[in-house]
Design a protein around this ligand. Structure first.
Ligand code: ADP
Length: 731
């Protein structure tokens, strides 16, 4: 190899080495650059991580401080809770599911004062043991073990009922225990000593008040007796005086005495009733009664004052509603008298209408009866309606001041209806009128499956004549309900022009221009023989008129359904029936009958005089006995059909006399009616249990006396009521 080639080779080799070096340098450079980038990335990441670590550290610190605050708050709350629990007067303790005490406040622990073992961890059973062993609790006659067992049984119940313990020091503790989640029990020992003492005091007060109320009732009963007896004399004698020959002035004086006496008695009755209801002494006496008759009797009583003012009284008793119910007729009559009486009192023109509707339920045998008393009177201002049922409440205004009253009527009415489980309502427009309504559910005393009353077949078309539209429309409605076709006319003249095919005329008596009798005369004069039945609110006026004979009957308004149907049947059957005729005496020859025998036992001469006067016009044999002995004697001698028996008589009282009469009776029982000045219920029971059948309070009312006579009138005796007396019962 030449030098040159060697040099060339070396050069090549050097060049190659230089290239390799260059290459390696480039690689190294690239690697260095990559390393640089990686290092930069790493350093970036380190910076980020450090920031994160910082933020987590701050957060951690915040959470830590929050936790600390929360812990402090919990501590404060717990401290406060305990402070409160410790401060409360009542005992408070917690028990765990094993019935061990977790904690208790000083009040709770104070009961166990001095017993060191009563602390955290003590069981409830041990506490009970200590309560009895240490005599902390007063357990009466119960054996300690029994008492503890009962208390422990109670404790284990899911919701232990509260229990009251009496402690040795006279304090009363009510234990209220409540089971929480996880079986813990919270126990509250509530000191109720004050409440128990207050209750005892109240009971004592109540007893005292009841005693006072009894004393008040007794006082009222006595007072009523003391006032009623002389009032009987005053009212009765004034009544007698009015029947004697008096000058106009004397008559005025006597009737004022009578009216004032009656007003006083009605006030006494109101006050007495009210206090009886207040003292819950008023007992209802349900018995079968005729509601429709009861309403008509009340209407009859009020008719004179209504007539005086020209106010029409109307009864719209649903034709298909039963009339016999079981209820306390006396109290229902009192409610009706109050409501209808008020309606008449506060109405100066127009009408007072009593509507009775109801719904009998055959399944229960009861009927919901709705009675509404509607008037066209002064009405009640809207803002006063809410007050009128309160006691002594009257609507105070100029118009009302003209009316007398105690303001007790509606309060009594309201309470009576509540007592009968009914409801009362009122609807009124000032200046237009009022409607008072009440609802009672009463057992029905008649067969509900019986068919309602019907008109005779011959009566198909009826002419109703009345100048008052309300009367016309009521009769029209009733007759149409019965299946008749009805023509209504407002005057006699109009009636005379509408006679075509008429089978019956029902006409009002008192009409302007042509009255009912004149209409009848005109009919007969023109040859019509269509039966005419007259209706009058004051039949006594019509009765004496000879032309009444031309009509077929006279009815007293408001007319009851029974009377109306009876009269229509009679009028369309017989042409010349007298206006009023007693049924029995129309079929039995009166001459073969004896008089009804009545014995009246009454020691007081004034009362004898009053009774004698009341019965004077009756067709009866009347004998007086001055005491019980005489009454028994007279009974044996006379065998009366009815006895009126005064209760308080010297020598032998009415109860004893009745017992003796009952012992003498053989087979037939004589009805005996007690007459008494006592007005308290207890009396009534005593009297009825002595064997008397009925009970009447003095002063005696003619209506009540007549009612008794009418009820017990024997078939074998003559009619006690003279035929001229249209209505058997007076006022
Ligand atoms: P009294 O009638 O004895 O005043 P009530 O208790 O019966 O007492 O009635 C209370 C009041 O209610 C009456 O004084 C009267 O103001 C009012 N009132 C009762 N019924 C009616 C009526 N039908 N029309 C107008 N006001 C009446």
């Amino acid at each position: 190899m030449t030098l040159a080639s060697k040099l060339a080779e070396e050069r090549r080799a050097r060049l190659a080495a230089e290239r390799l070096l260059e290459l390696k340098q480039a690689e190294l450079f690239a690697a260095n650059r990559k390393l640089g980038k990686h290092a930069e990335k790493l350093s970036n990441e380190i910076v980020e991580t450090r920031a994160e670590v910082n933020s987590v550290r701050t957060e951690n610190q915040k959470v830590k401080s929050d936790l600390q605050v929360a812990n402090e708050k919990i501590e404060i709350a717990e401290r406060r809770l305990w402070l409160s629990i410790e401060a409360i007067q009542d005992g408070f303790a917690f028990f765990d599911a094993d019935n061990r005490m977790i904690a208790a406040n000083p009040s709770y622990l104070s009961v166990f004062d001095g017993l060191e073992e009563v602390t955290q961890g003590i069981t409830y059973a041990r506490l009970l043991q200590l309560l009895t062993d240490e005599g902390i609790v007063h357990i009466g006659d119960v054996a300690s073990a029994d008492w503890r067992k009962a208390m422990l049984d109670r404790w284990h119940r899911p919701t232990p009922p509260p229990v009251v313990l009496q402690l040795w020091n006279g304090q009363y503790i009510k234990l209220i225990d409540q089971r929480g989640h996880g079986g813990d029990i919270v126990s509250l020992a509530h000191n109720i000593t004050d409440t128990v003492r207050y209750e005892a005091k109240l009971k004592k007060e109540q007893k005292r008040a009841e005693a006072a109320s009894r004393a008040k009732s007794a006082f009222l009963a006595n007072m009523s007796h003391e006032i009623r007896t002389p009032m009987n004399g005053v009212v009765g004698m004034a009544d007698l005086l009015l029947d004697t020959g008096l000058s106009e002035e004397q008559r005025l004086f006597a009737s004022t005495i009578k009216n004032s006496g009656e007003a006083l008695l009605s006030i006494i009755n109101d006050v007495l009733d009210y206090s009886k209801i207040e003292a819950e002494k008023l007992a209802l006496r349900p018995e079968p009664f005729d509601l429709e008759r009861c309403i008509h009797e009340v209407m009859t009583l009020l008719q004179p004052s209504a007539r005086e003012k020209g106010v029409t009284l109307i009864v719209d008793y649903d034709l298909f509603l039963p009339t016999l119910f079981v209820g306390d007729p006396g109290r229902i009559r009192q409610v009706l008298t109050n409501l209808i009486g008020n309606a008449v009192k506060f109405t100066s023109s127009g009408h007072v209408m009593v509507r009775v509707v109801g719904e009998p339920h055959e399944s229960t045998g009861k009927c919901e009866v709705h009675i509404a008393v509607e008037d066209t009177g002064i009405g009640i201002p809207e803002d006063k309606i809410g007050h009128i049922f309160g006691e002594f409440n009257q609507v105070e205004d100029d118009r009302n001041r003209a009316f007398e009253g105690t303001g007790l009527g509606l309060a009594i009415t309201n309470r009576l209806i509540n007592l009968m489980h009914g409801t009362i309502w009122v609807d009124s427009v000032e200046g237009k009128g009022s409607t008072f309504g009440f609802q009672l559910t009463l057992p029905v005393e008649e067969d509900l499956s019986l068919s309602p009353p019907a008109l005779p077949d011959s009566v198909r078309k009826i002419l109703v004549v009345d100048d008052r539209a309300i009367n016309r429309s009521l009769l029209e409605k009733q007759m149409e309900q019965m299946g008749a076709s009805v023509v209504v006319c407002a005057s006699g003249r109009e009636a005379l022009e509408n006679l075509k095919d008429i089978d019956l005329i029902l006409t009002d008596y008192g009409m302007p221009d042509m009255d009912g009798l004149e209409l009848t005369e005109a009919l007969r004069a023109q040859g019509s023989d269509v039966p005419v039945v007259l209706l009058s609110s004051d039949p006594a006026v019509v009765q004496g008129d000879p032309s009444l004979g031309q009509s077929q009957g006279l009815l007293k308004k408001p007319v009851s359904r029974r009377d109306l149907f009876h009269k229509i049947a009679e009028a369309t059957r017989v042409q010349d029936v007298l206006p009023v005729k007693d049924k029995i005496h129309s079929v039995v020859d009166a001459s073969t009958l004896r008089q009804m025998r009545i014995l009246a036992a009454e020691d007081n001469k004034t009362n004898q005089l009053v009774l004698g006067k009341l019965l004077k016009n009756l067709n009866i044999e009347l004998r007086f006995a001055n005491n019980g002995f005489e009454a028994v004697e007279a009974y044996s001698d006379m065998r009366p059909d009815l006895i009126f028996m005064d209760i308080s008589m010297p020598k032998m009282d009415g109860k004893e006399a009745t017992r003796r009469i009952r012992a003498l009776e053989n087979g037939t029982t004589v009805p005996i009616v007690a007459l008494t000045a006592h007005a308290v219920d207890g009396d009534e029971e005593g009297i009825l249990s002595a064997g008397l059948d009925h009970y009447l309070t003095k002063p005696l009312r003619k209506g009540a006396i007549m009612d008794m006579i009418s009820r017990h009138q024997p078939k074998i005796a003559q009619n006690p009521f003279p035929p001229t007396d249209l209505k058997q019962s007076g006022t």
